[in-house]
Design a protein around this ligand. Structure first.
Ligand code: CDP
Ligand code: MG
Length: 699
């Protein structure tokens, strides 16, 4: 569009060329001005707005002229294809770019956008699934553009940012982009949105992809670029009206895969450490070359790093890489070095970050994956076998500089039995918590939301029922909204039932105990019961049992572990756990999740109780999340529960034999019969104040 002398600064054509967020503001003022009756005032405001439009137009010109000069690294697949990519972006609102990790998608695409003139009418948003990646990608692009971090290129993540109002490229986590939606409904501050790593299909990514589809019509000028590893790319294209897909071929070297399954013993954790030692020894004997080891989390990384460094490999540096490390420590993996380097990284190194110069990979084959069970209606974050696609991504990390070797700590049959892809999070998550989050962000009604893969309507219905039970939602003017309580639930990162207990416990003064229990119920029970050691393990666990409440056993076990940990060294503690039939890895998971929950309630400015809570207080709090899991003893040992369901207490519990009249259960699981797991005695009079809203409905 060409501007000529007739183009009025307040015409649509002119405003379309102005700085987007200013133009939107001016449009809103113009719209309001229609109602203005005072004609003098109207003329005056129009003059003001015209001036502002001129300024907003010039701002774009200024930004266009002040863009840095762009150079591309010669040999990256994305830089080689930059003309094709630029043409596709110019001709389409949405473009999908697929390519192997390391081909230059993350670092080069924003530069291509900048070169074709994007980033001037608004910033280029560039989202990453992880904080660590957002920061480090920002500094890498800034470096390539020879501009200090926070000037041309900036970033914003939770707890940290470096950005100017006139920056061009803004790296951020996808969570931050979602949070910004609440105040910038049309994403007016951006003229381009790059959604990186879309193949991860986290809830955040699915929310964003659905939301973008909704606003594309309202923002015809907005450019959207979706990048993905070469996994299920067609799906993205379909979602966006058959948007073009550009495949960037990666240059890779052959990788030899060696299967070195762990020797099965009762302690998977010890085996894993030994498996890693053996694999490192094997690779060290292959010759010089950096090794990348994938691990499940921070604590595991620290333990393994410590034990590896005691083995004194010659001329070897050991570097951990996880989100909570200081930025300086994280960036060490990008510094050049001499000798050998062993990098211990979380999943971030699978596709998000390319650790340079890796010759060897050790893949234990697991990752922390969030799961919701439709059957038990409980959300967990277990460590699980990774998919074939993930394993192949990991393997590919060592074929970039030359031929590589990947050692898998499992066997080939195991690999072949794994699912091809990891299910997207939306299909694994408790829909109650999805609805909760959607309402908290303001994404509207889940049933009408254009998900890339819509969830099952049955699960949606269950989700609504649960949220009503928990009093997290209410209907206002025919619209479903969060209650203040629901708003709190959305901020506590566990299953909504457990989050409800946490909220109640804050009011009753038993937050500390309930956090321990909520964390415990979110992981797999660390108490192990090996087939051939049933009696011995039962005896070991019975020491923590409480005759009236399985929840109290969690507290007793927690105290016991804390005392042990105070007295023992890390490896003694690990051994002690094994002797007591406790899975050390899960104990650690429990402690990690507890710390995470503590942080969440700290953010809400809640205080933990210093004095231990009474039985009544604690169980009233727990009951608030389990109202539909209450039972009344019918006859024998059978309980009558909500919706006339009959259930039994699971045999492992001390409550199974001579059960109390009234109980509640954390979990109701259908196997041969409906069984209640993790139960406690309750008093019927506790129910009334908590369940008034349900009783009223039933009558
Ligand atoms: O996003 P994609 O996996 O396609 O590639 P990238 O992250 O843009 O990386 C392109 C190249 O830049 C790789 O060879 C990386 O090793 C390199 N790179 C680097 O050396 N240092 C960084 N901080 C980031 C990337
Ligand atoms: Mg990338």
């Amino acid at each position: 569009m060409h501007l000529n002398s007739d183009t009025h600064p307040l015409s649509n054509a002119f405003l379309n060329l102005c700085y987007q967020s200013d133009a939107s503001r001016i449009r809103r003022r113009l719209f309001k001005l229609n109602k203005e009756v005072d004609s003098d005032k109207k003329t005056q405001t129009l003059a003001q707005l015209s001036e502002q439009a001129q300024a907003a137009f010039e701002k774009v010109e200024l930004r266009r002229n002040a863009r840095p000069k762009i150079h591309y690294p010669e040999n990256l697949p994305v830089s080689l294809m930059r003309d094709d990519i630029a043409r596709a972006i110019a001709g389409n609102q949405v473009v999908i770019i697929a390519g192997e990790t390391g081909s230059g998608k993350t670092t080069q695409l924003p530069k291509i956008c900048l070169e074709v003139g994007l980033g001037c009418r608004g910033m280029i948003a560039h989202t990453q699934p992880r904080r660590l990646a957002a920061r480090s990608v920002a500094s890498r692009i800034a470096e390539e553009l020879q501009s200090p971090l926070g000037e041309v290129v900036g970033f914003k993540v939770r707890f940290a940012d470096a950005l100017k109002s006139d920056s061009y490229i803004k790296l951020m986590t996808d969570g931050i982009l979602l949070a910004e939606l609440t105040s910038d409904r049309n994403l007016d501050q951006y003229d381009t949105i790059i959604i990186d790593e879309a193949h991860e299909r986290s809830l955040n990514i699915d929310f964003i992809l659905g939301y973008l589809k909704q606003i594309l019509k309202k923002r015809p000028d907005l450019k959207v670029i979706i990048t993905s590893a070469t996994i299920d790319v067609e799906r993205f294209s379909k979602h966006f009206n058959n948007a073009p897909i550009i495949e960037v071929s990666g240059r890779t070297f052959p990788v030899e895969t060696r299967y070195r399954p762990l020797v099965q013993d009762s302690d998977a954790d010890l085996d894993q450490i030994e498996g890693i030692f053996a694999a490192v020894d094997e690779l060290v004997s292959e010759g010089l070359g950096d090794i990348l080891i994938f691990m499940n989390g921070e604590r595991e990384i620290r333990d393994t790093a410590e034990q590896l460094s005691r083995r004194n490999y010659r001329d070897t540096e050991i570097l951990p890489l996880y989100a909570r490390l200081s930025y300086g420590e994280q960036s060490k993996v990008f510094n050049s070095h001499r000798g050998r380097r062993i990098v211990l990284a979380t999943n971030v190194a699978e596709t998000s970050l390319t650790v340079p110069g890796i010759r060897y990979v050790i893949d234990p084959g697991t990752a922390r994956i969030s799961r919701y069970s439709y059957r038990t209606k409980v959300q967990r974050l277990p460590i699980e076998p990774i998919s074939q696609a993930s394993a192949n991504q990991r393997q590919g990390r060592c074929g970039r500089v030359g031929p590589g070797i990947c050692i898998r700590l499992y066997d080939e049959a195991d690999f072949n039995n794994r699912p091809a892809f990891t299910d997207p999070e939306i299909l694994r998550t408790n829909l109650a918590s999805v609805i909760l989050q959607m309402l908290a962000i303001g994404l509207g009604d889940i049933a009408g939301f254009p998900f890339i893969e819509p969830p099952d309507p049955r699960h949606i219905r269950d989700g609504f029922l649960l949220l009503e039970e928990l009093q997290a939602v209410e209907s206002k003017h025919n619209k479903l909204v969060l209650t203040p309580l629901g708003r709190n639930l959305a901020q506590i990162p566990v299953d909504p039932r457990l989050a409800r207990m946490v909220v109640e416990s804050q009011q009753l003064g038993c937050l500390n105990e309930v956090l321990v229990i909520a964390a415990g119920l979110s992981i797999q029970d660390p108490r192990e019961r090996p087939m051939e050691k049933k009696q011995a393990s039962d005896e070991a666990h019975r020491r923590f049992a409480d005759p009236s409440s399985d929840f109290v056993s969690w507290i007793n076990l927690w105290q016991h572990l804390k005392e042990q940990q105070k007295e023992l060294s890390a490896s003694q503690f690990r051994k002690k756990c094994r002797d007591e039939y406790l899975a050390y890895l899960r104990v650690r998971e429990w402690q990690d999740l507890y710390a995470q929950l503590k942080q969440a309630v700290h953010d809400l400015k809640w205080r933990l109780n210093d004095t231990p809570a009474s039985y009544d207080t604690l169980h009233r709090a727990l009951l608030s999340g389990l109202l539909s899991h209450v039972g009344f003893k019918d006859n024998n040992n059978e309980y009558l529960g909500a919706r006339n369901r009959k259930f039994f207490v699971f045999p492992g519990s001390p409550l199974a034999k001579k059960g109390p009249k009234w109980i509640m259960a954390a979990e109701l699981t259908e196997t041969s019969r409906l069984f209640a797991r993790c139960c406690a005695k309750i008093e019927p009079e506790w129910l009334e104040p908590l369940a008034a809203h349900l009783i009223k409905k039933a009558m």
